[in-house]
Ligand binder design. Structure first.
Ligand code: KIV
Length: 281
């Protein structure tokens, strides 16, 4: 029997000084292959707004879209922990609607949710989720849902004071009950200091080598999303070229009569064919 990755597995990995992997997925087959490959956490990130739906920022997706993608991903996964990103304003209005939205994601197949930020209100939402049995992954540093108040895609924690500020926030998240914290676009030394002063594991999203986990948007890893490439993304494949080449070959074959071939079509039985030919005479 496959042993499902849980919050305990993730904590043990940190305690043993090991590392874990996190990739985003938005559809059934990608999730299935990432799971088969041994990825520990599969995140239905709200990055899907940009890489799968073509919006300019993550603000444009809501709970309806995240629900559809969560269900698809959850159906493909056996071993990995499935984490759904709570989209913009799905947890910010009041605790009651936040809990309804969070619990629905669990009903759709998420094993945990990710929530950005660390205000008193957010800490309360996190506490209530954990009390209700929903593990929460925190998200500090650059938090894309706060893009407009941050004022741009800016590196966070660039000074001693800013690093301590993120550490204070991380400790508050830890007290509220998060099982891990994503640190996005934070200098490596700051992320290392924060990681070493926390009990829960941190997950680097452009925060260097010393976090316990590393997360990447799979469309960046696969070379599928080509509008821009963050400094910290590594392209392991060239899916854009693969898709372009396959589509061009298909187009050529269709237009030159090479597709479909004889073994790609259904055939009438001999006697039916005979009748058809007689009929057309
Ligand atoms: O939306 C997302 O994919 C994320 C990760 C990159 C951390 O939040």
């Amino acid at each position: 029997m496959i042993k499902k990755v849980s919050v305990n597995t993730i904590q043990k990995i940190k305690n043993n000084g090991e590392k874990f992997s996190v990739l985003t997925a938005y559809d059934y087959s990608t999730a299935k292959y990432l799971d088969e490959a041994g990825i520990d956490i599969i995140l239905i990130g709200d990055s899907l707004a940009m890489v799968a739906l073509g919006y300019d920022t993550t603000h444009s997706v809501g709970v309806d879209e995240m629900s559809i993608f969560t269900k698809a991903v959850a159906r493909g996964v056996n071993r990995a922990m499935v984490v759904t990103d709570m989209p913009f304003m799905s947890y910010n209005i009041d605790i009651e609607s936040a809990l309804i939205n969070v619990c629905n994601m669990v009903k759709y197949g998420a094993n945990a949710v990710k929530i950005e930020g660390c205000s008193d209100y957010i800490l309360n939402v996190i506490k209530r989720c954990v009390e209700s049995g929903v593990p929460v992954m925190g998200h500090l540093g650059f938090t894309p849902q706060f893009l407009n108040t941050i004022g741009g895609y800016n590196i966070q924690g660039k000074s001693f004071d800013a690093t301590l500020n993120i550490l204070d926030q991380a400790k508050e998240l830890e007290k509220a009950g998060v099982f891990s914290i994503v640190l996005e676009m934070v200098p490596e030394e700051s992320a290392q200091y924060i990681t070493e002063n926390l009990t829960v594991p941190t997950i680097s999203c452009g925060a260097g080598r010393y976090c316990t986990g590393q997360v990447m948007v799979s469309d960046d890893m696969l070379g599928k999303f080509s509008e821009f490439k963050p400094k910290f993304a590594r392209k392991y494949g060239d899916m854009k070229s693969l898709i372009l080449n396959c589509a061009k070959q298909f187009d050529y074959d269709v237009k030159h009569g090479f597709y479909p071939a004889d073994d790609e079509v259904f055939k009438l039985a001999e006697d039916e064919l005979k009748q058809l030919k007689m009929h057309s005479m």
